[in-house]
Ligand binder design. Sequence first.
Ligand code: RUQ
Ligand code: CUA
Length: 630
Amino acid sequence: MTDTDSNGRPGDVSNAADDRDPLFARIPRRDFMKAGAATGALTGLAGCTSLLSSEENATAAADVDASVPPGEHDEYYGFLSGGHSGEIRVYGIPSMRQLMRIPVFNRESARGYGFDDETRGMLEDAGGYTWGDTHHPRVSQTDNDYDGRWAFVNDKANGRMARIDLKYFETDAIVDVPNQQGTHGACCMLPDTKYVFGVGEFRVPMPNDGRDLDDPDSYTSNIAAIDPETMNVEWEVLVDGNMDNGDGGKNGRWFFATGYNSESAVTESGMSESDTDWVKAFDVPAIEEAVEAGEYEEIGGVPVVDGTRDSSLNEGDRPLVRYLDVSKSPHGVSVTPDGKYAIASGKLDPTCSVIDIEALGEVDDPNEAVVGRPSLGMGPLHTAYDGRGHAYTTLFIDSQVVKWDIEAAVEADAESEDPVVEKIDVHYNPGHLIAAESYTAEPAGDWLISLNKLSKDRFLPVGPVHPENDQLIYIGDDDAGMELVKDTPAYAEPHDASIVHKSKLEPASTYDPADPELDPVGVDDVDIQREDGRVDVKMTSQRNQFGFEDITVQEGDEVTITVTNIETTADLLHSMAIPEHDVNIKLAPQETRKVTFAADEPGVYWMYCAFFCSALHLEMRSRLLVEPAE
Ligand code: RUQ
Ligand code: CUA
């Protein structure tokens, strides 16, 4: 049964609310749903649903205690992507307090990210772009459980993948994926994170060097298999149609990607013409064998294997990529915790397709591996799990999360609504949702976050740019049902998230001076070297001084300053900023950073510390004296 009605939010009331409220009327609708023929019924509903007043939407009493008293810690870390802010945000769950922001593809001044030589060099080497669009943060696993080493996240804007070191909670590697435009999906090959997969969304000529400009039929997209240790792209597989989201099976064989545009069109209406699109199932060991056997073409320095439908490698009894016909424009795909099924959401169709992963390797016609197709509601996008046999799917258009029974969906007839257990309203228009440890073999089954694209009336108005709304839902009690516990305004724009139990991470509280890569400046190494217009400064920072009171250089010198924060006390940060030189480095305890700049203008410049580090913080400054050239 579905309890849409008992939730009291028929669609026409919503439309009425929309008409009444001039504030809502001004909101430009996000209408990516308005595509194409078979979706006529959806047109006009998009973005206009669930516009009940916040009073009507107020949740019943919070029986569930999600409070985390002052001074106490949360149970989980949530890693939420920041979308086109280019960053990752770390939340405590269930408090939903934002604990940290980790800049990834964006320059960020509070952490000096993109200002010191190392992080600036990393961003420059990875294409030199100044922004990115993070969607899918995935945390590395060993034996299908979080191992606390890394998080990975894609850059949809510029075709990149980044790695975040979870000891220091900082980005430590970025690869500019060759041959890929719009790296959208990101996920790990499980059980042991053998690869990180980047799923290319935008079809382009291959190589994209000016050839075939207006010959869309010859465009392709691809997946890239990235080695998590080296961040090297090991191989890529070309396919037909777009790709969108991806997820790896749990046992090292299959990788799944959804995709719209099996039509190979370049316009919105063209992309939604057909009633079906594909889920592509990549047979990873078969692809590795093909690479091993030299059955690839090297493009952009990467072995590229042909996984298009008509390719010779895709014929015979061990095709590299199996194309499954599923309902129109599937969006999210995620593998169930037990590794049995991959579930692809219909987006423009109210159903999800349940794919039997083991059957995939046995059937001749891959469509026989689609063993369930429950009808869930309008605009299903993404699915998460509680480890008790339930799936939770966001319904973008209905503004709901639907809980359903996976095995019941396999038993039921196609398009049956019987597998639906319960629906809950969310506010509004959810994209992803994520349950605690949902991507592992053993989800925790207690908390779920619905990452809603619109907040409309839920918070104090702050001008025309509204925050989004990340809602915390308790899913731990199957009898009582889902309970909406908390609204959290979110700056644009979280997409996906991973929720990791705190016991699985071991963040460092200071940098490790024994780390050979850090090369710290000791108290005795403070030094200035000059040679041919280059000045090399090594110095320390500690309460309340830098290693030099004055640094004198000549106009036109290239100056490199390496600073180590020699504090051993946790949380005692310094920084070194130099006005009018765009210099700004952050120094956590025992951290060493290096910055190079040109001393172009004669004058006095106060190097100062920007973290309030002690009562004498303001006095913590030294002079950079730039002498006029003779
Ligand atoms: S996609 S809102 Cu970038 Cu994960 Cu679905
Ligand atoms: Cu060091 Cu302020």
